[in-house]
Design a protein around this ligand. Sequence first.
Ligand code: NAD
Length: 490
Amino acid sequence: MTAFIDIDGIQVSPDHYIDGHRVGSSESFADHSPIDGRLIGHIAAGLPEHCDAALDAARRAFPAWAALGPAARAERLLAFAEAFKRRGDDLARVESEDNGMLVTRLRGHQVERCAHNIAFFAQQALQQQDHRIEGKNARHHVRYDPAGVCVLITPWNSPMMLTTWKLGPALAAGNTVVVKPPEWAPLTCSLLADIAHQAGIPPGVFNVVQGLGATTGAALVADPRVARVSFTGSVPTAKTIAAATARHLTPTSFELGGKSPLIVLPDADLDLAAATAALQYRNAGQVCLAGTRLLVHADVADDFVARMKKVVDGLKVGDPREPATEIGPLIHPRQFDKVTGYVERARARGARILWGGRPHPQGSLYYEPTLIDGVEQEDEIVQEEVFGPVLTLQRFTSDGEAVHLANGTRYGLAATVFGAPDHAAVVGRQLRAGMVWLNAFFLRDLEAPFGGVGDSGIGREGGHWSFDFFCDIKDVMQPQKPYAPAFAGR
Ligand code: NAD
């Protein structure tokens, strides 16, 4: 076993977690904190033998975990969720150090939500398993059988949330899992393994293999032992994974990027819309659901921009561990260069920077909240996901034009509309997006479907949709009337 990484007295193992044991590696990768660039530690890199051992452990553990049934699994998963909450403060501090999220948001919202991700699906599985249909011809008992070994692949922008969001339903359904956490922020997944272990999740049911996507991730998703791949990340990676899983026809769900519109109709509450628009800078804009394209009616655009500026001027950029901070750093120098590149190219094309548009004086990976005006629909900055604190502004003069602009990218994850309730509802219905908020933003309930259309993904997770994906659905039928086999009958 390799020495623990110490974060403010919290011990985090840099090793994999396979079959209930910590397993080191002859190879490692460096993990740096986005807060100040300091080296946090060297993390075990997954080699082919680690992927093989983890998949094998998950396969061996599967029959017993599946046979437990949803009630006994729920008991164990609820204990896991409780143990998670007890380590909530540690998890918040480690996640903040590793990916730069605000510690206040992690403590105040994310820890609770992550524990709920596990507990909610444990309870949902109890109802899911027993779906009955009284048909004209047959009495159907629709069974949700566990699928087998699931590989869960997560990105760096919210790794703890996204891991638990997949882990909860996958385990509740009776599957066993191998998680490949993101290489830029792997640490909370390692803590999660400790918590699962201590909460009594049996060896092999939950395994963690760390490593780079192109090697470790690629080996896991291509393996024929895998029954499901659940992936959250970028479009280019999704295409590579789709090609790999196609070889064995492994069902794969994709939760991908976004370029979501935030529409402000002329009858909107402008203060509410402006405050929500400023919220899109949360997590330094590294949020898949962020409404990064502000589409504002020309009659109210100047007023809206002035109100938004007041909110943005008051935002505090800085160290995410400080309670007063509202915007932390970008995750990595490569992400910083990507964001800077998009802004500089937009500037060079003649776009107007209304505010921001440069690194924050704080230095390091901090970037100023930015709003870019004078852009065209076909511009790169309007079409591509920047994944930084960078928003664009476009003006429209009719509902039809707003809808046309909103639907005019390859993405379709989410959309937000501010306006008089009936007006917003009419516009909202015409938007091509997996999720639409009317006069609100980021409201989520776990029983509702989550996912996007177009380049934003394939499939839905959440509520029963998670079980539709993580289970083999089987219809067991008995005749309604006495059954008599006959060639001419049906
Ligand atoms: P990414 O695609 O680069 O990486 C995501 C994960 O995939 C990482 O763990 C990585 O190691 C792994 N990976 C990379 N290549 C792989 C391969 N060939 N085979 C298997 N695994 C591989 O994405 P990222 O930069 O980490 O994350 C940012 C992206 O995620 C953004 O596009 C963002 O919008 C999206 N995202 C979407 C949602 C959603 O729910 N829709 C949520 C959060 C983030």
